[in-house]
Each structure stands twice: as structure tokens, then as C-alpha cells.
Design a binder for this molecule. Structure first.
Ligand SMILES: CC(C)(COP(=O)(O)OP(=O)(O)OC[C@H]1O[C@@H](n2cnc3c(N)ncnc32)[C@H](O)[C@@H]1OP(=O)(O)O)[C@@H](O)C(=O)NCCC(=O)NCCS
Length: 194
């Protein structure tokens, strides 16, 4: 039983007319997630914060969904999983209003407005579970992803040097972009511009 069960599955249409079904992710999606991750180009795998080609990592994600720590949508084009969007809530009490968004769209579905659709659904879900601030993290090399989130109203709030390591063991700088769900912020100054 998921808090998404009364709203999903739901069919959405992309601007080119392609119909995609959005579903609340569950243990039934494990095989499809592994297949999706294994089909991603090396370049994409390099930047994944979790190694989703590993069954144990996907099982951990499913456990997080069961525990209410993650809320996740998966998208299917027929039998094929073509994307996911996830909100991960921090377990620390003082961060319980903050959610990290992770979105991933199959390469052949990118630049067709699909990422925007997934993110807008995740925004609505974030609001419905009283999250106040959303975070999206990416490396400084991921220019496209930064552009997408900027267009959706996220602002770069922190740059963390040599903060993450890719699958080849190379360190990368991390950009933390944020979005205030209520449009409210208690920051004294403007966000850091990168
Ligand atoms: C980031 C990602 C989800 C975007 O999905 P997408 O389906 O390609 O995005 P959309 O087609 O909905 O584009 C959304 C907006 O960003 C713009 N955009 C998309 N890709 C862009 C790029 N590479 N550079 C600049 N702008 C871009 C689009 O023009 C669109 O703006 P518009 O609505 O004003 O036209 C997708 O590229 C992806 O899965 N990347 C790999 C995983 C990742 O980096 N995730 C982000 C970190 S969590």
C-alpha cells in the first residue's frame, strides 16, 4: 500500500502524442528497473548516485519505499520502463521537510517534454506530503540536467568541490540545486549563483 495508490496508475500524453503510464513503484518493478539501468549509456551510469545495475541496490530502494523514506514513480511505454522519478526524504528529524529529487528518463525519451512531466508529478506529490524544500544534486559536468532544473525554477544553492566519485573513481564537483515548494525561504540572502 503506497500513498500514491489512489492517484496512480495514470496515463499521460507527451506533446508528440506518445502515451506513457505512470505507476507507483513497487517490488514488481525490480526487473524493469535493472533492465532500464543496464540499458543506459556508460556516460549516464557514471553519474548515477546509486548503482541501479546492482539488484541489492534496487532492493534497498524498494525497502525505502516500503519504509516511506522514498516515494517513487515509474513510467512505462507498454512493457518497457522508460523513466523514474523519486523523492528521497532524509531520515534526520531536522531535515524531514526536505526531499531529494532524482529523475531519470530513457535516452530515447529525452528532450520530448517527458522529464518535465515526471518532475511536475513529483512536485505535486512533494506538496501533498508537506515537503517544503526540494533538492536536486548533479555534478558540474551535467550541464543539460542543470539547465532542465533551472528551467523548472530550481536555483543553484551550493557547489561542493570534489564531493562525489564517479564509477571510475574520479572525483567530481557537486552542484546542489533547490526549490522552495511554498515559495518561502528563511535564507537571509540570495542563493549563491554558480
Ligand atoms: C534531466 C532529464 C530528466 C531531463 O529530461 P528530458 O525529458 O530530457 O527533459 P524535457 O524534455 O522535459 O525538458 C525540460 C526542459 O529543459 C530543457 N532541456 C532539456 N534538455 C536540455 C539540455 N540538455 N540543455 C538545455 N535545456 C534542456 C527543455 O528544452 C525543456 O524546456 P522547455 O520546457 O522550456 O522547452 C534527462 O535528461 C535525464 O534523465 N538525464 C539523466 C539523469 C539526470 O541527469 N538526472 C538529473 C539529476 S537528478
Amino acid at each position: 500500500m503506497s500513498i500514491l495508490d489512489d492517484q496512480y496508475p495514470k496515463t499521460v500524453s507527451l506533446s508528440d502524442g506518445t502515451a506513457v503510464e505512470l505507476r507507483a513503484m513497487s517490488a514488481d518493478d525490480k526487473k524493469a528497473i535493472l533492465k532500464f539501468a543496464k540499458s543506459l549509456p556508460q556516460e549516464d551510469l557514471l553519474f548515477l548516485s546509486m548503482d541501479l545495475t546492482e539488484p541489492a541496490v534496487v532492493e534497498e530502494w524498494i525497502k525505502n519505499i516500503r519504509d516511506g523514506v522514498s516515494i517513487s514513480l515509474v513510467a512505462y511505454d507498454g512493457e518497457e520502463l522508460v523513466g523514474y522519478a523519486n523523492i528521497h526524504r532524509n531520515r534526520a528529524p531536522w531535515m524531514h521537510r526536505v526531499g531529494e529529487i532524482r529523475v531519470n528518463v530513457a535516452p530515447h525519451f529525452r528532450a520530448r517534454g517527458f522529464g518535465r512531466v515526471m518532475i511536475s508529478h513529483i512536485f505535486d506529490i512533494a506538496g501533498s506530503v508537506s515537503l517544503k524544500k526540494l533538492i536536486a544534486q548533479m555534478t558540474t559536468d551535467q550541464h543539460g540536467a542543470q539547465a532542465v532544473f533551472r528551467k523548472l525554477g530550481f536555483v543553484p544553492e551550493a557547489l561542493l568541490a570534489d564531493f562525489v566519485e564517479d564509477r571510475n573513481g574520479m572525483t567530481r564537483d557537486l552542484v546542489m540545486m533547490t526549490f522552495d515548494v511554498d515559495g518561502l525561504t528563511d535564507q537571509a540572502g540570495a542563493p549563491v549563483k554558480l
